[in-house]
Design a protein around this ligand. Structure first.
Ligand code: C2E
Ligand code: MG
Ligand code: MG
Ligand code: MG
Length: 285
C-alpha cells in the first residue's frame, strides 16, 4: 500500500506543492523497505523458531512448547521479535508473519509425528488483527489437513487488547477454533485492558500470568496477591494457568503454594533450537 500512498501524495502534490514532504518520502520508503524485506525474508525462510518448554509441577513432564520467532537478517544478523513484531502489527504484514509461523509449527509437528517423537502441543503468538480477520479459520483448517495434525496440538496465545476491540467477533472465531480442537490462551494476562465480563463470555482454555507479576511474586506483597488472585480466578472459571518468566526456585515455590501448576521460564528452560528440543523430547520419551 506504500506505493499507493506515494502515488496519492504525488497526485495531491500537484495542487499543493508542500503536501509531499521529504520527511514523508523517507517514512514511506522506510515502511516499504521494511515490508519488502520481511516478505522477502519469509519467502527465503530467513526466519526461524525457538521453542520454550512449559513444565508440570515437579518438572517431570513437558506439557507444551511456545514458539518464539527470530529473524536471521542477512545484513543485520539475528533480530528479536520485540524489534519487528510491533511495526509489523501496524499492517496486515503481521498476518503474513503469523501464517509463516503456523505453517512452520505444523510442519514441525508433522515431522515429529513421522519420526515417532512424543507429540507436545505448540502455542503460537497470534496477533489480534489476525484473530478477527476473515482468513484465519480457513488457513488453520487447511494447514491442519495438509500436515494431518490434530487441532489439539495447536494453541493460540492472544493478548487482551483485541477482546475490547471486537468481543462479538472474538467469541465467534474462538468458538470456531474450538470446533477445530484448537486451544486459546490469554497472553500477558493482567497487563492489558482486562475485563472480567470478556473472560466469562470467551471460550478460552488458559490464562498466562504476565512475567511482570511473576518477577517479584516471592518478594513483593502486592505481586503475591495479584498472582494468587489470577490463579483463583482461573480455577473458578475452569481455566488452566501458566506462569511465564519464572527465573528462580523461590518464584517457582511461591507460585506452587499459590496453586499454579504449569511453569515456563529461564529457571526451567530458555527458548531452545528445534534440534535441542528434539533431544529433550527423545530423552523424555
Ligand atoms: P511473549 O509471548 O509474552 O513471550 C515471552 C517472552 O519472554 C519471550 O521473549 C521469551 O523469550 C521471554 N522469556 C521466557 N522466559 C523468560 C524468563 O524467565 N525471563 C525473562 N526475562 N524472559 C523470558 P521473546 O522471544 O523476545 O518474544 C517477545 C514477544 O514477541 C513475545 O512475548 C510475543 O509477544 C512476541 N512474539 C514472539 N514470537 C512471536 C510470533 O511468532 N508471532 C507474534 N505475533 N509475536 C511473537
Ligand atoms: Mg506468548
Ligand atoms: Mg507473555
Ligand atoms: Mg507478549
Amino acid at each position: 500500500h506504500a506505493d499507493i500512498a506515494m502515488y496519492q501524495a504525488k497526485e495531491k502534490g500537484r495542487d499543493n506543492a508542500q503536501f509531499f514532504t521529504s520527511d514523508m518520502a523517507v517514512a514511506v520508503n522506510k515502511k516499504f523497505g521494511f515490508e519488502g524485506e520481511v516478505l522477502e525474508g519469509l519467502a527465503a525462510d530467513n526466519f526461524f523458531l525457538l521453542l520454550q518448554p512449559q513444565v508440570d509441577i515437579d518438572n517431570t513432564k513437558i506439557l507444551g512448547l511456545e514458539a518464539l520467532i527470530r529473524w536471521d537478517n542477512p545484513s543485520s544478523g539475528i533480530i528479536s521479535p520485540a524489534e519487528f513484531i510491533p511495526m509489523a502489527e501496524e499492517s496486515d504484514l503481521i498476518i503474513s508473519i503469523d501464517e509463516w509461523v503456523i505453517d512452520a509449527v505444523l510442519k514441525q509437528l508433522k515431522a515429529w509425528q513421522d519420526k515417532g517423537l512424543p507429540m507436545v502441543p505448540i502455542s503460537i503468538n497470534l496477533s489480534g488483527r489476525h484473530l478477527i480477520s476473515d482468513g484465519l479459520l480457513s488457513y488453520i483448517s487447511q494447514k491442519l489437513n495438509q500436515y494431518n495434525i490434530d487441532g489439539q496440538y495447536l494453541e493460540l496465545e492472544i493478548t487482551e487488547g483485541v477482546f475490547l476491540k471486537d468481543i462479538e467477533r472474538c467469541i465467534e472465531v474462538m468458538a470456531d477454533l474450538k470446533g477445530l480442537g484448537v486451544k486459546t490462551s490469554v497472553d500477558d494476562f493482567g497487563t492489558g485492558y482486562s475485563s472480567l465480563s470478556y473472560l466469562k463470555r470467551l471460550p478460552l482454555n488458559t490464562l498466562k500470568i504476565d512475567q511482570s507479576f511473576v518477577q517479584e511474586c516471592d518478594l513483593d506483597k502486592e505481586d503475591t496477591k495479584i498472582c494468587e488472585t489470577i490463579i483463583h480466578l482461573a480455577r473458578n472459571l475452569e481455566l488452566s494457568i501458566v506462569a511465564e518468566g519464572v527465573e528462580t526456585a523461590s518464584q517457582a515455590s511461591t507460585l506452587k503454594q499459590l496453586g499454579c501448576d504449569v511453569f515456563q521460564g529461564y529457571y526451567y528452560y530458555k527458548p531452545m533450537s528445534i534440534e535441542k528440543i528434539e533431544e529433550l523430547l527423545s530423552a523424555r520419551k
